[in-house]
Write a protein of this length. Structure first.
Length: 94
């Protein structure tokens, strides 16, 4: 098995750079490109997060418009659970 292959790889290290300049230069080049790749990945994840947030809020909004009574019951149940948790934590702290 050879390290240098003629096939295109998915790694950020350029195979031609390894052949012409050696492994050290190829690693330096990949390390120099790393901040740009990380920034691009971060922007992409932020965009995906925004889209997921918008879809979720749209679904919740549609659900509450279609079935307001069920949404009210769910909110009431969550409020009761939070109230019980807070009252138990206060009595445990005393």
């Amino acid at each position: 098995m050879t390290i240098l292959s003629h096939e295109k790889s998915a790694s950020p290290v350029d195979q031609d750079a390894i052949k012409s300049h050696g492994m050290g230069d190829a690693v330096k080049q990949a390390a120099a490109n790393l901040p740009d790749q990380a920034a691009a990945a971060g922007r992409h994840m932020l965009k995906m997060g925004r889209e997921a947030y918008c879809q979720t809020t749209d679904q919740i909004s549609k659900f509450t418009k279609d079935t307001p009574f069920i949404a009210l019951i769910v909110a009431l149940g969550i409020g009761v659970c939070i109230g019980i948790k807070v009252s138990r934590s206060r009595t445990a702290a005393k």
